[in-house]
Design a protein around this ligand. Structure first.
Ligand SMILES: NC(=O)c1ccc[n+]([C@@H]2O[C@H](COP(=O)([O-])OP(=O)(O)OC[C@H]3O[C@@H](n4cnc5c(N)ncnc54)[C@H](OP(=O)(O)O)[C@@H]3O)[C@@H](O)[C@H]2O)c1
Length: 318
């Protein structure tokens, strides 16, 4: 099978298409033929060994000090079950499924093996593999921080910083779904997009600073990494919550003593994936796809994500 393989950390062209043996599922595993997979900021950060401030040593210890231990990137997929191990009863060959592989990665390949009990779910027939793949990373992250952690409720005011990205496009829609009044921070070219996704108010960061508002929001979600704890707290109403998705090591330590500040890493739960798929199916969530690349052009897809100018999601079709 073809894989997008990389042996050393570096720019997009460290990724090369290479043949590897097709895996065989163990007794509780599923072999999936990948149809579509996103190239996420997470993938390109790992590929380039670019981690939030203070995390370089820890991340390299986890991922490989001198080079990547896992040589195929990709944490999300949408595809078709090729075969299952003898203990797998709930999925069968031909089922369309999607999921996330977490730290095991490996979805930038023609086939991936996933645990039967992993973060996987059946894909609704009416939703495309591209939309499914495009929803997973940003959708699960936004849902985790807005609903599970910040516990956004009806009528609250929510600010999404980085509203046109993979996380932001989902966050705007999920906050709206939870009944919040959403203010999106984006650049001029994406104002129409975030408005169409449900933002009632827009701050164009190229023209005005988001930090000018005070005591305005119940929840601030920063998916850019340019809001400090001090300035973020000033934006909040009493009992507000500040979500720093790109927190430095120092900010995570500092947030330990502040109940209002939420940091950490999103976990991908099967139930959350199922919930998001049901929203996609009902048309209550839209996956924003910037560009779909053929697998053979995966290096260009990495370059596009590295540019920092993508809107929503970049997808590779196998
Ligand atoms: N903690 C976690 O568990 C977790 C989970 C997922 C993601 N993340 C992190 O969250 C971040 C966002 O991920 P993503 O996939 O959404 O990235 P992305 O798709 O690249 O989105 C970033 C967006 O930020 C916007 N932006 C850039 N500068 C901005 C500014 N000064 N003010 C407001 N918006 C600005 C860009 O929009 P314009 O084109 O309009 O400039 C871009 O669309 C990444 O750093 C990622 O690593 C963390």
């Amino acid at each position: 099978m073809k894989t997008a393989y990389y042996e050393k950390y570096g720019p997009p062209n460290v990724v090369i298409i290479k043949d590897a043996p097709k895996p065989t599922p163990k007794k509780d595993e599923i072999l999936v033929k990948v149809v579509s997979a996103p190239i996420t900021v997470g993938d390109t950060r790992i590929r380039g060994a670019r981690f939030p401030k203070g995390f370089s040593v820890l991340a390299r210890l986890a991922l490989g000090v001198f080079g990547p231990r896992k040589k195929v990137l990709g944490i999300c997929f949408s595809g078709v079950v090729e075969s299952v191990g003898p203990e797998v009863a709930n999925f069968k060959a031909g089922d369309e499924i999607c999921g996330m592989t977490g730290i095991r990665m490996g979805t930038h390949a023609e086939y991936v093996v996933v645990k039967n009990t992993g973060s996987i779910a059946k894909k609704p027939k009416s939703v495309s593999h591209e939309d499914t793949a495009g929803m997973l990373f940003g959708g699960t992250s936004a849902l985790f921080f807005l609903r599970n952690k910040a516990k956004v409720t009806k009528g609250e005011t929510v600010l999404i910083n980085g509203a046109s990205g993979a996380v932001g496009t989902n966050a705007v829609q999920i906050a709206k779904f939870l009944g919040a009044e959403v203010t999106a921070v984006t650049s001029t070219q994406n104002i129409q997009l975030v408005t169409s996704l449900g933002a009632q108010n827009v701050i164009d960061y190229t023209k005005e600073s988001v930090l000018r508002s005070t005591n305005t929001f119940d929840v601030v979600l920063d998916a850019v990494g340019n809001i400090s704890i001090k300035s973020g707290l000033k934006l909040l109403k009493q009992n507000g919550r500040l979500v720093l998705m790109v927190a430095s090591f120092g900010q995570i330590l500092a947030s330990g003593s502040k109940k209002q500040v939420i940091t950490g890493t999103a976990t991908e739960k099967k139930e959350d994936i199922k919930f998001l798929l049901s929203l996609l199916e009902k048309g209550q969530l839209e996956a924003v796809i910037d560009k779909i690349y053929p697998f053979s052009e995966i290096v260009d897809a990495h370059k596009h994500v590295d540019s920092g100018n993508k809107t929503g999601n970049v997808i590779v079709r196998m």
